[in-house]
Design a binder for this molecule. Structure first.
Ligand code: SD4
Length: 355
């Protein structure tokens, strides 16, 4: 029951609000927002997997110079996009089952602007094309030939993205051509149980079975942005698109609350609109890690059996610069960078649903 003191104080808030022309509830809400919009704890950049560290470094260079989070995430993810040793993002990504390298990417800024490309071929930096979609068209997403046409018109160069190493891996896969693509199963027991028909990790010279760089950053002005880019599932059906270029699934940014991105089997992330879900949970007061955990848990609840044989990881950053991650299986890690030195660009293991 409301006591007299509470009644009086809420009456006073109400009266003050009334005089300002807003309701008591709105006034309280504004007060809350004011409290949480104090100086943000940036800059900070976080990204998926061990190769996120090199990407963070490039993003950090932008952030430490006072640059925008948007410029930082674009510069950051361009590192793995151009890396010939990374077979899951950009140049030298594993091709689809027809031998074509098709790339997916999206980017989102602090104002809610976003751009995306899917099934884009022949372009080294799909993230920059996604940014151009955001800035130079009235659209959010361009796909396939249309995306390529747009990129070429913007001056991007046509490049052969299929390197000899990736071609060799594809030819190896063709020998059986079993279509059971499973990504990111770092837990080797799944390999031996046959859940993966083909594991690129087992190919000589291949060190990664990690797909996708997802990166989110908070800049010195307290603004958030994010980017996500991938060659997607190795040896997928031509035209298959995962979560990574889909705003709300592979990436979401809300400058009032936080930002999130994902890695793993995209179909499952799309089904729960994963990154949007994580951000909305943070809005409700969940910590970044708890928000990621809840999103992973929802995926398991939908299909517990399927969840055992796949990997999904979410990572999130809130407006205060707090970060966290959660994944299904062991083996997922993310890189956190808050400074120039090695000890300020560290890898953190994601907590896991399956122990
Ligand atoms: C996809 N989510 O295409 C991407 C792949 C990935 O870690 O992130 N793997 O479904």
């Amino acid at each position: 029951m409301q006591n007299r003191r509470n009644f009086l104080s809420s009456a006073l808030v109400g009266a003050a609000a009334f005089s300002l022309g807003v309701s008591g509830a709105e006034a309280q809400d504004k007060k809350k927002k004011k409290r949480s919009s104090g100086k943000a704890a940036g800059p900070i950049v976080i990204s998926t997997w061990d190769f996120g560290r090199a990407a963070n470094r490039a993003a950090w260079d932008v952030l430490k110079a006072g640059g925008r989070a948007l410029d930082a995430v674009e510069a950051g993810v361009k590192i793995p996009e151009a890396d010939p040793n990374n077979h899951t993002v950009g140049y030298s990504g594993f091709p689809d089952r027809d031998g074509r390298v098709t790339l997916d990417a999206c980017i989102m800024d602090e104002k809610g602007n976003c751009g995306s490309v899917a099934a884009l071929e022949h372009i080294m930096h799909p993230i920059s094309v996604a940014r151009q979609v955001m800035e130079k068209t009235p659209h959010v997403m361009l796909v396939g030939d249309g995306a390529l046409q747009f990129a070429l018109a913007q001056g991007f160069e046509k490049t052969n993205l299929l390197t000899p190493e990736s071609e060799k891996a594809w030819k190896e896969w063709l020998k059986k051509a079993e279509y059971k693509p499973v990504i990111n199963i770092e837990n080797k027991s799944y390999d031996t149980k046959g859940a993966t028909a083909f594991n690129p990790l087992m190919l000589p010279g291949n060190v990664y079975n990690h797909d996708t760089i997802g990166m989110v950053a908070l800049d010195a002005n307290g603004n958030l942005s994010g980017a996500c880019t991938t060659s997607g599932m190795a040896f997928k059906m031509h035209g298959r698109v995962g979560d990574s270029p889909i705003i709300g699934a592979g990436l979401y940014v809300d400058n009032e609350v936080g930002a999130a991105t994902s890695t793993g089997l995209g179909e499952e992330v799309i089904r729960v609109v994963g990154s949007f879900l994580v951000v909305e949970l943070m809005r409700q007061g969940y910590s970044p890690e708890d928000a990621c955990k809840e999103a992973v848990t929802r995926i398991v609840k939908k299909n517990p059996e399927r969840a055992k044989g796949i990997q999904i990881g979410f990572l999130a950053l809130n407006k205060k610069g707090e970060h966290g991650a959660y994944c299904l299986q062991k083996g997922f890690n993310y890189a956190v960078c808050t400074g120039d030195t090695e000890d300020k660009n560290t890898l953190i293991d994601g907590k896991t649903y399956f122990k």
